[in-house]
Design a protein around this ligand. Sequence first.
Ligand code: UDP
Length: 359
Amino acid sequence: MKIGVILGVRPEIIKLAPVFRELVNRNIDHFVIHTNQHYSYDMDKLFFEELNLNPPKYNLECGYDSFKKQISFMSKRAFDVLQKEKPDNMIVFADPTSAFAGALAAAKASIDISHIEAGLRSDDLRMLEETNRIAIGQLADYHFAPTVGAKQNLLDEGTNEERIHVVGNTIVDSVYQNMEIANKDKSLLEKLNLEAKKYFLVTAHRGENVDDKETLSNILKAMDMVYQKYKLPIVWPLHPRTKKMINTFNLKIPECIKIIEPVGFLEFLQLETNARLMITDSGGIQEEACILKIPCVTMRLTTERPETVNVGSNIVAGLNPDKILESVETMMGRDTNWENPFGDGKSAVKILDTLKNIY
Ligand code: UDP
């Protein structure tokens, strides 16, 4: 069995790390294509280094362009690699443009496609990620769904049930594998002058939020309102896209927000574990908050992770500052004894067991 893997953005590196470990431990012939969709050191190489991953064999260097150019360059260059490597199966992860491009290239090269984190749906077609997910779902041969809800979404779209495997989400593997190392170190908290459980952790980077001036201003305003109510520090590792848009719109960041550069996964886990509450528009952080038992407020209109809302770890607040504050107030009072719906941390093992049986 020979496996190809394509990735391009930070969350893919974090969530595929357990799959890479399994591929290496089992001595399975594999290669990795990096599209370089994320290209700065602190959004890319840092994660290969700190998670002890081998550097990718191929780098497609497609980081700088628009969606249209990225998708065509990535899929064409990935196709050339696949023609040369001829894997039995190509793994694509979740919903970034890199995953969609990888799926297109593999389909064109008549190579089987495994989609990991398959079946998530926000039903919000304004999100590039949502159209990517649906398209990848149509192209994929094997669907590794994290939950039964995700499986149901695929069944509703007519996917053959025999091709769907519910395996949990590899983020649980990743969190479990790294939490102990992350928690041994408290130096970032000390450096930022933060006390455990006495700060809010914030991230925002979705295009439909930060590329719109009014929405981004509302997010900043909401953070100020949360600070005025609780007087707890607000820490925000700023995504490069959000930084660019704050500058483009010439927005003023309220003084209560402690802006920091994006940090590595180990440091981010440290910040998450010790946070009182997280406020985010990230997909992965909704899951991590749920796994780590930290209350979460999501600044979006919908979520493709409804399991987090169902177990009570997350509220989808929308983007009105009053609603965001109200949701923070609700989550501040909530017990954190919810169940983790994303599996037992053995997703990568299950995925590779399944592929071994197929090939
Ligand atoms: N993350 C990180 N450093 C940071 C912010 C986030 O390592 O400064 C990690 C976080 O733990 C999660 C992932 O990046 O695993 C989430 O990435 P992002 O929010 O960019 O993408 P999404 O999950 O929305 O696709």
